[in-house]
Design a protein. Structure first.
Length: 131
């Protein structure tokens, strides 16, 4: 029993010399743990990108005749404030994720206009949507 305990202590404190079978067993155990632990332990370590989605970052401004709705979208939800085709796609996804009535994704962005804040940076977008 004493020899077993001494062996465990030597493995924990890494006191075996390189090239011994005990050292090889310890390295193999560590390698197996590193390679196979993601299969059994779900770390859930996905990075968060941008601010957390929140309905407070998108507010309904008005609904015009013909069911055209205008939403104010906080610019922090979007990756790029430069007007590109990707910006319209990002606006579409942000509105779809954060507005419950539009989760089905079948709506068209008719027009969007940047609203500048302090310092001339884009703070919001007014987005006109036709369901």
């Amino acid at each position: 029993m004493r020899a077993l305990w001494r062996g465990i202590v030597r493995v924990v404190f890494w006191s075996y010399e390189r090239g011994t079978w005990q050292y090889d067993i310890a390295v193999g155990g560590i390698t197996l743990f590193v390679l196979f632990s993601p299969l059994f332990i779900h770390f859930n370590d996905q990075p968060s990108v941008g601010p957390p989605p929140s309905q407070a970052l998108i507010e309904l401004r008005n609904v015009a005749p013909g069911r055209i709705a205008t939403y104010r979208v906080d610019a922090r939800l979007l990756a790029s404030p430069i007007r590109t085709p990707e910006l319209e796609h990002d606006l579409h996804e942000a509105v779809q994720k954060n507005v419950e009535d539009l989760h089905h994704g079948r709506f068209e962005i008719l027009h969007f206009e940047p609203i500048r804040g302090e310092g001339g940076t884009v703070a919001y977008y007014d987005v006109s949507i036709k369901p």
